[in-house]
Design a protein around this ligand. Structure first.
Ligand code: ADP
Ligand code: MG
Length: 442
């Protein structure tokens, strides 16, 4: 099938042709027809499968072909969980509408509020932004959504993780539910919280799913390596990065301080690495992402801030220095490689502290994961014994003590309490995900 069979506006087809995009991906083929007839959508497909265009093409088509509900208010609002992702979606939108008399504004936390107020006064048809700042403009009466025709949530599950629920409700209330079309896209949209949100935001949504999130990603070779402690993980890290000539590598850590520290450590070994964490100013974050996106550095060391949505086609290896606590997050991190048909590798280190996460990921993927060994760096650690259900609390406590003792970074801040801060404008409170198992290190 070709894009020109999807009855999209010819200006859109022209823009796609300039980028040499001819055939829609499976999610695009399935979702776009529903979106074009105005249906609400919950769409999921694996990472790197082209979800961005699956919502941008129908959004631009609508603005080009239908008369607006309001001349002043934005017609399409696209929300993303992080500033980096919002910016990337904005850039894709910009090239799509480049040759048309259409305006788009980017509304992100951490950037000058008054400049955004000015940009909003030019009545852009499209707004791409993060939920916190968009809600601030609604409250500040610099943004009205009465004329909104389309609300799109990219990575909606992540927005909930980051505690944006209240902001999403403000946005939902500001836009007329009956007149607008609403769509959600992610690789992972199955939690109970997402279900509650879809009840509020969507009306009789059509579900479009291509594969399951847990389905094996054929373009990504995934492996797990046992590790004893932080120093051991560091030795494994420099080994795996140097074992092949990887074009670009992303390393995920649990804490910001580790992201900075490991970047320095790699630099000392003459590896061109750079650290990205939420502690940096937005300008610094932008510079780092621009530079990495242009291939200027080989290795990016970061927290979950970069796990969602970012489309960096030369990332050939993803390393989980620490495992994420939620299996969904594992899927998104690993999905920074193997995009748009490229091949990729993902290597995860599993130390005592990662064990519970490892079990959760293993159960989620429903695959038998064998541990790989690296010669000269084989761990003594072979896994924790299962916790006996009878005296659960007592044994769990014991385990956590052992875990702490064997980890050499006891003062490292916990991820959970920091996650809200990672996006800068997210509220500090993080809603616990009741559907996920709570463990001693949660
Ligand atoms: P997802 O949101 O599903 O993770 P993206 O929308 O970021 O994926 O797309 C991943 C990559 O695939 C991007 O580089 C994008 O330009 C490319 N892409 C999207 N649609 C197509 C297509 N129809 N043909 C070829 N490449 C595509
Ligand atoms: Mg995406």
């Amino acid at each position: 099938m070709q894009f020109n069979e999807l009855s999209l506006h010819h200006n859109i087809l022209k823009a796609l042709a300039i980028k040499d995009l001819e055939e829609p991906t499976e999610i695009q083929r399935k979702a776009i027809p529903y979106a074009l007839v105005g249906r609400d959508l919950i769409a999921s497909s694996k990472t790197g499968s082209g979800k961005t265009l699956a919502f941008l093409l129908p959004a631009v088509h609508r603005v080009l072909t239908q008369s607006p509900l309001s001349r002043r208010d934005p017609r399409v609002l696209i929300l993303a969980p992080t500033r980096e992702l919002a910016k990337q979606v904005f850039l894709q939108l910009k090239w799509l509408i480049a040759k048309q008399p259409l305006r788009a504004a980017l509304v992100l936390g951490g950037e000058n509020f008054n400049d955004q107020v000015k940009a909003l006064k030019h009545n852009p048809q499209f707004i791409v932004g993060t939920a916190g700042r968009v809600a601030d403009h609604i409250i500040g009466k610099s943004l009205y959504l009465n004329g909104l025709e389309m609300l799109i949530l990219d990575e909606a599950d992540r927005m909930l993780d980051l505690g944006f629920e209240a902001q999403l409700k403000i946005i939902n209330k500001a836009a007329d539910h009956r007149k607008r079309q609403s769509m959600m896209f992610s690789a992972t949209l199955d939690s109970a919280e997402i279900h509650d949100l879809t009840q509020i935001l969507l009306k009789s949504p059509q579900r479009v799913t291509v594969g399951a999130a847990s389905e094996e990603h054929k373009d990504i070779v995934q492996s797990f390596v046992l590790a004893d402690h932080v120093t051991h993980k560091e030795a494994l890290l420099s080994h795996v990065i140097q074992q092949k000539d990887y074009r670009q590598v992303i390393v995920f850590t649990a804490t910001r301080s580790d992201a900075e520290r490991l970047a320095l450590l790699l630099k000392e070994q003459d590896i061109d690495a750079i650290g990205l964490s939420g502690e940096l100013t937005q300008g610094q974050r932008n510079n780092i992402m621009n530079e990495f996106g242009r291939g200027k550095h080989q290795v990016l060391v970061t927290t979950d801030i970069a796990s969602r949505g970012l489309d960096l086609l030369s990332v050939a290896l993803v390393v989980n220095f620490d495992l994420p606590k939620l299996a969904d997050e594992y899927v998104h991190r690993v999905g920074r490689t193997g995009r748009a048909g490229n091949k990729g590798e993902a290597i995860s280190f599993v130390g005592p502290k990662d064990w519970q996460s490892y079990l959760r990921i293993k159960a989620f993927l429903q695959q038998d994961i064998a541990f790989s060994q690296i010669e000269g760096l084989v761990a003594k650690f072979t896994g924790l014994k299962p916790i006996k259900p009878k005296n659960k609390t007592r044994v769990a406590k014991k385990t956590s003590k052992k875990v702490r003792d064997s980890q050499s970074a006891p003062s490292a801040p916990r991820v959970n309490t920091m996650q809200g801060k990672e996006v800068g404008d997210a509220p500090m409170m993080r809603k616990p995900r009741s559907s996920k198992p709570i463990t001693d290190d949660d």
